[in-house]
Design a protein around this ligand. Structure first.
Ligand SMILES: Cc1ncc(COP(=O)(O)O)c(C=O)c1O
Length: 393
């Protein structure tokens, strides 16, 4: 059996990294914030990249290899059997892909709906491109709220869905997504479904691709291997159009597809094609860390509320009972901005977490903790946080 990818690196090895997770904060801080994983590459992906470097295969990307690999993966894992390669396009990454899909179906000044608390760059990318953001907050149960969606849809042209949802890790059900599609049709709202976390289903969960629910035929989905195989630095992504959106996708300017890197296409395609065993081993490790985090919080930080995520390696922690002041929620903050509990834990426990306020309304008083790390680092981080709270009391 493939060994647990989350137990292969030491802290000293990780500190040699130069990516943002490891370099934003000084060396005495344990970084559990941005969505990078503390793993080595899946061996087949590393080998494909090495092979490309060895033969100097570093030119421009071409072809449908990534789309074919994703279609096969989607059919095997998600029973999505009609992902049509002819209705796909390479895009530079998932967020640029989201911007490009929204450009196809909205004009400057139009409104796009999002569900806060939500991945902070949804705000920045949508507004940067001259679209307005309308909030349809998740319900108190952390799930999509159809009433708030209907109200927001009545004023909007498009909807940027996070499927599964970052930061809560909720996996939308077929019933929920079917209801969303019916609402979107009723209001003529075009849906763009960000499915970057889809391969990261933890035990007990089943991913439902948005384009497989009835009523979604005029929607778009975006996916990549960036999160599940830790390839954020080797960029590419795939945009997929439903049958009624194919004409729109065909209008995407050709130069957008010049953005992805050839090495990105090689690595992402290899991940979807041959990275399944490694992914399964990772998911077993993440399941263990999800449980370990629950035990650690119960022992060291019983005032923090934690509902284990159904997917992703992100835990959304409700720290409001700790009573730390927080900035007003804003979705336009820089993702490394800290306030409230995240600021407090950074200063007093030397643990870096994502600050809840950057995820928009509903985020204040929360932190997002990335548990895609070694059990040893996770244990040390939560123990430090617990000791800091005890000292302060
Ligand atoms: C929901 C979501 N979408 C998009 C991204 C970023 O993807 P990319 O680097 O491909 O733009 C992330 C990164 O964490 C994410 O969580």
């Amino acid at each position: 059996m493939t060994p647990n990818p989350l137990e292969e690196l030491t802290l000293a090895q990780l500190r040699a990294r130069t990516s943002s997770k490891w370099r934003v904060h000084p060396d005495d801080v344990l970084p559990l914030w941005v969505a990078e994983m503390d793993v080595l590459l899946a061996p087949t992906v590393a080998e494909a990249l090495r092979r490309a470097i060895d033969i100097g295969d570093t030119g421009y990307a071409l072809g449908t290899g990534l789309a074919e690999a994703i279609a096969e993966f989607a059919s095997l894992r998600w029973q999505w059997h009609d992902l049509e390669v002819s209705r796909t396009a390479l895009v530079p990454d998932v967020m640029q892909g989201a911007v490009e899909m929204l450009r196809l179906v909205t004009d400057r000044g139009d409104a796009v709906v999002v569900n806060p608390p939500v991945y902070a760059p949804f705000y920045a990318f949508v507004s940067h491109d001259g679209r307005r953001v309308i909030n349809a907050p998740l319900g108190a149960d952390g799930r999509l709220d159809l009433d708030s969606l209907a109200e927001a849809f009545s004023r909007a042209r498009a909807y940027l869905l996070c499927n599964p949802h970052n930061p809560t890790g909720s996996v939308h059900t077929r019933e929920e997504l079917t209801a969303v599609a019916a609402l979107a049709r009723r209001f003529g709202v075009r849906v763009v479904s960000d499915e970057i976390h889809a391969p990261l289903m933890l035990s007990g969960s089943r991913f439902v691709p948005y384009l497989t629910v009835p009523g979604s035929e005029d929607a778009f989905a975006l996916t990549s291997a960036s999160k599940a195989w830790n390839l954020a630095g080797i960029k590419t992504a795939l945009a997929i159009a439903g049958p009624e959106a194919a004409g729109d996708l065909a209008r995407m300017p050709e130069e957008v597809s010049h953005g992805p890197s050839h090495l990105g296409v090689i690595a992402h395609a290899e991940a979807f094609r041959t990275g399944g065993d490694w992914l399964d081993a990772l998911l077993r490790g993440l399941d263990e860390n999800r449980a370990l985090l629950g035990e650690l919080l119960a022992e060291h930080l019983p005032a923090v509320k934690y509902q284990g995520p159904q997917a992703t390696y992100l835990a959304w922690l409700d720290c409001r009972d700790l009573g730390f002041d927080d900035a007003a929620p804003t979705g336009l903050a820089v993702v490394s901005d800290v306030s409230g509990p995240a600021q407090w834990f950074l200063e007093h426990a030397r643990v870096a977490l994502s600050s809840g306020h950057v995820f928009g309304p509903g985020g204040a008083g929360h932190v997002r903790l990335n548990f895609a790390t070694t059990p040893a680092i996770l244990t040390e981080a939560v123990s430090r946080m617990g000791r800091a709270v005890q000292r302060s009391g």
